[in-house]
Design a protein. Structure first.
Length: 246
């Protein structure tokens, strides 16, 4: 996949702008941030409240627990960044699961705008009007969209040119080929009676590559049958296409 050049920008709509860049200011993402490989701009949704109490939420029609973020306030916040690059994404447990392919797609553009919900979520009417891509980090509930946004941005930033250094390293990671990653080993060659697999010490690149593919397939089949099923079906389709072409 082709990844965009520098100036990739993440825009985060949030009630807690102080949470960013947070952990993204450190390690690989932090160094890339300092170099200008990417930028993060936070927009405080509360700035768009219209009353003297800066109210951003209200009780839900129909009753029920919790509060709902107001459509007028959220819509005004979104309108203020309508010219920003990339897709508008609403982080919600009911969204499409976030995955490596989605991270690569966002990283291939010029940026992304993330809307972080709080309380019971956002008034449905602004979602109907703005039609954001609704994305979930997983089948669990967080106190808000901010922690999910940090994770998703980390997944995107590491795909930008020069951030990770070695492109080969990225291509061999989990999920890049539809498989979990193979196990890794380093010195010492024998630790507490547990030796490194002989194949990895052979210096035979072809055998090492085959061993790693086999281990990745075994791990995926055992631990993630959902991924294994998709991978197996994909290989079957490729085989069928190749046969037809011949």
């Amino acid at each position: 996949m082709t990844i965009a050049s520098a100036s990739w920008t993440a825009t985060v709509l949030t009630l807690f702008p102080e949470m960013f860049p947070g952990p993204l200011a450190h390690s690989i993402a932090g160094k890339a941030l300092e170099r200008g490989d990417w930028a993060v701009d936070t927009v405080d949704i509360r700035d768009f409240a219209t009353d003297r109490h800066n109210t951003v939420d209200d009780t839900p029609f129909g009753g029920g627990a919790g509060m709902v973020m107001r459509a007028d306030v959220v819509d005004a916040a979104i309108a203020s960044v309508a010219d920003r690059p990339g897709p508008l994404v609403y982080l919600t447990p009911r969204g499409r699961p976030f995955d490596q392919a989605m991270a690569a797609d966002w990283a291939a553009g010029s940026g992304v705008t993330l809307l972080c919900g709080r309380y019971e979520g956002v008034d449905q009417r602004v979602l109907d009007k703005r039609a954001p891509l609704e994305v979930s980090l997983g089948d669990f509930v967080l106190s808000g969209g901010e922690p999910a946004a940090l994770v998703m941005l980390d997944a995107c930033v590491r795909l930008l040119p020069g951030v990770m250094g070695s492109r080969d390293s990225l291509e061999e990671e989990s999920f890049e080929r539809g498989l979990l990653e193979y196990p890794h080993y380093t010195r010492p060659a024998d630790w507490e009676g547990r030796p490194v697999p002989e194949t990895l010490l052979s210096g035979h690149h072809g055998k090492i590559a085959a061993w790693r593919r086999e281990q990745a397939e075994r791990a995926t089949e055992r631990r993630r049958p959902d991924l294994w099923s998709r991978y197996r079906d994909g290989r079957a389709m490729e085989t069928t296409k190749h046969g037809a072409a011949c």
